[in-house]
Design a protein around this ligand. Sequence first.
Ligand code: PEP
Ligand code: MN
Length: 337
Amino acid sequence: MIIILKKNANEQKVNQLIEQLKAKGLEIHESQGVQTRLLGLVGDTTQVDIENIQANEVVDQVRRIQEPYKKANRTFHPADTVIEIAGRKIGGGHFQVIAGPCSVESEAQIIEVARAVKASGAGLLRGGAFKPRTSPYSFQGLRADGLELLRKARKATGLPIVTELMNTTHIPLFEDVDVVQVGARNMQNFELLKELGHTKKTVLLKRGLSNTLEELLMSAEYIMAGGNENVILCERGIRTFETSMRNTLDISAVPMLRRLTHLPIVIDPSHAAGMSWMVESLSMAAIAAGADGLMIEVHNSPETALSDGAQSLTPAQFDALMKKVKKTVEFFGKTMD
Ligand code: PEP
Ligand code: MN
């Protein structure tokens, strides 16, 4: 971090600022040019409040040289992180497909879909029990009963389960859930992130509708700073001026995140597109861009689904897609185990 001081800054106040920064364990390198005087901060600047420094009367400008996240940063952790979920690996050349309905609706539905996606080669089962819906009058999920049905589906198929947690008070209910999903709308629910940081649960962290990649990584940092480094990032489409799709899949997020972080990256083409016919193209693009996995909505009867039917694949469509996914993943040198 570099601090550019104002011309004719009060010497005593500059010294006070230097002492304040040294007290944070930073080394300060001063440099006096013809026009400007700079302070170079060397050390861990993640704890420096940039706005606080900007507000100091002797400071003209502050510039960050390094990203404000540390644990998620590839600079400090060059190797790809590989996360293992009930024997399935993701990241560092290991590719996983998470598939299942938007919402868990009944025992028959979740078990039928779980069996089908497993037969097609999915590694994990998804299904929402607690649903974040735009309207309070829409189906809100089966809640704790939905979690119970997911456990039954896991027992029937052996597939680990991925399901969304919306509230810190529900954490005890998620004790035996394999992967806890933090949805797009909760990406900056900092209390939820902090609590998950104190668990050892693998977290699938979805990018918010209007959040930058740096904000996504800062949210991952919240979880990691608490001691839980098992974070998978998920790009699920962002809101742009385009209205023909539900969201705009930010495919460039994949190579950019790959450069910035060592964490595994998953693409959710279903919520990005909002329509089932587009899921295949976006899935292929995601693999080509270097994603470590896909999360795809599959329903045994999309036309009667209680949520997101329009973007859900039938089991037969998912099976056809998986044949292409396997070939493409192999072509790009990754394994699905
Ligand atoms: C979901 O995966 O069911 C979901 C609600 O996704 P998002 O948070 O990305 O909207
Ligand atoms: Mn959905």
